[in-house]
Design a protein around this ligand. Structure first.
Ligand code: PLP
Length: 406
């Protein structure tokens, strides 16, 4: 059974008040709160297993290495990676995408080649490709969306050609909530001979991911969006492909031998992990994944869908001039909206005073917002610990502040 009261007990931050009001945290697409098991994993690592990994013969270093490598297997397993050698720890989704853009660019991209992204991408899945295209003389092409905020699949098919070297797509949009038909997108891209990177930042906390079944060449995600710590994330890459790529950053860990004449590189995944890794973050990341796995991703998704549905219906019914960005058939727990001419910043600021945390702005997706005729929008995003009562409190607050802003 989905025991929401017991679940909330695991998140100490949720019981605090802001401005004398109980916190209603609806900014989960930006980052999620952390359960006790994650906080305890961090404390445990520093109090009982802190030593630099991989190069120590002493006890603590070996324990820390064991924990770090066990965490790698856990993270790999969570996304259905066939082996842990393709699982590279990064600082997050952003670094993972930059790694692929740099290394694939260096190895495979020639002038005239094309990289395909979609209009709904986060800046993290736009700018690295712009940098790569500028460096390599390639061209960035953009798949348009339907009015509902789904990928225009006809346009996608038409844009794929023998010039397309790589397709980079969000699995789930951080603004529209759209769940993209990524398996079909991968299949079509592969038919055209292109590689595929999926940005899973918004997907991993809400849906079970199987990179092997999806057939993705690369899959990027961040721990902090799935109840894990900040500062760590992962890139899954097909090992045979990663083997072909040049290293990203140079330094310790990523080398086999170093000499003035010739430096050789470590095996996967270490070739892409220069410097001391976040071995504390990795164990806390694994603890977060154990937590969501124990609750069940299907149960979490059903819970969030119910909250999204309830909030969407109330917004439509109670605010005549409200609008929603993203009405895809398949949506994650994200509600991006506006009410009349009210500026989202004003709305967010007044809601905050009533304890309601939502996000306002361009949500790192300026091209998407502009394509829909907006500069900013308000966003409420739901997580496994949010409740129907919190949605009620959110609407109570909206009914208080909206008349003040009209
Ligand atoms: N991609 C999407 C869809 C996101 O929502 C985010 C974060 O908001 C990112 C990428 C970047 O993630 P991070 O800042 O953890 O690297």
């Amino acid at each position: 059974m989905y025991d929401i009261a017991a679940i909330r007990q695991e998140f100490p931050i949720l019981s605090q008040e802001v401005y004398g009001k109980p916190l209603v945290y609806l900014d989960n697409a930006a980052t999620t709160q952390k359960p006790r098991c994650v906080l305890e994993a961090i404390e445990r690592a520093y109090t009982s297993a802190n030593a630099n990994v991989h190069r120590g013969v002493h006890y603590l270093s070996q324990i820390a290495t064991e924990h770090h490598e066990a965490a790698r297997r856990r993270v790999a397993d969570f996304v259905g990676a066939p082996s842990a050698e393709g699982l590279i720890f990064t600082r997050g989704t952003t670094e993972a995408i930059n790694l692929v853009a740099y290394c694939v660019g260096e190895r495979y991209i020639q002038p005239g080649d094309e990289i395909l992204v979609s209009t709904m991408e986060h800046h993290a899945n736009i700018v690295p490709w712009q940098l790569m295209c500028a460096r390599r003389g390639a061209e960035l092409r953009v798949v348009p969306l339907t009015p509902e905020g789904e990928l225009d699949m006809e346009a996608y098919r038409a844009l794929l050609s023998e010039r397309t070297r790589l397709v980079a797509l969000a699995h789930v949009s951080n603004v529209l909530g759209t769940v993209n038909p990524v398996a079909e997108c991968v299949r079509l891209a592969h038919e055209a001979g292109a590689l595929v990177l999926l940005d899973g930042a918004q997907a991993v906390a809400h849906t079970s991911v199987d990179v092997a079944a999806l057939g993705a060449d690369f899959y990027a995600f961040s721990a902090h969006k799935v109840y894990g710590p900040t500062g760590i994330g992962a890139l899954y890459g097909r090992p045979e492909l990663l083997d072909e790529l040049p290293p990203y950053m140079g330094g310790g860990e990523m080398i086999e031998r170093v000499s003035w004449e010739r430096t050789t590189y470590n095996v996967l995944p270490f070739k892409f992990e220069a410097g001391t890794p976040d071995y504390v973050g990795s164990t806390a990341f694994a603890a977060a994944l154990d937590f969501v796995t124990a609750l069940g991703l299907d149960e979490i998704a059903a819970h969030e869908e119910e909250l999204l549905h309830y909030a969407t219906e109330r917004l439509r019914a109670e605010f005549d001039d409200s609008y929603i960005l993203g009405t895809a058939r398949e949506k994650g727990g994200i509600l991006s909206f506006g009410i009349g001419q009210i500026h989202p910043f004003d709305l967010g600021t007044l809601l905050d005073r009533l304890g309601i945390a939502i996000r306002t702005g361009h949500h790192c997706a300026e091209p998407l917002l502009r394509s829909m005729g907006h500069e900013a929008v308000a966003r409420a995003s739901f997580a496994l610990y949010n409740t129907r009562e919190e949605v009620d409190r959110f609407f109570e607050a909206l009914h208080r502040v909206v008349p003040m802003l009209r």
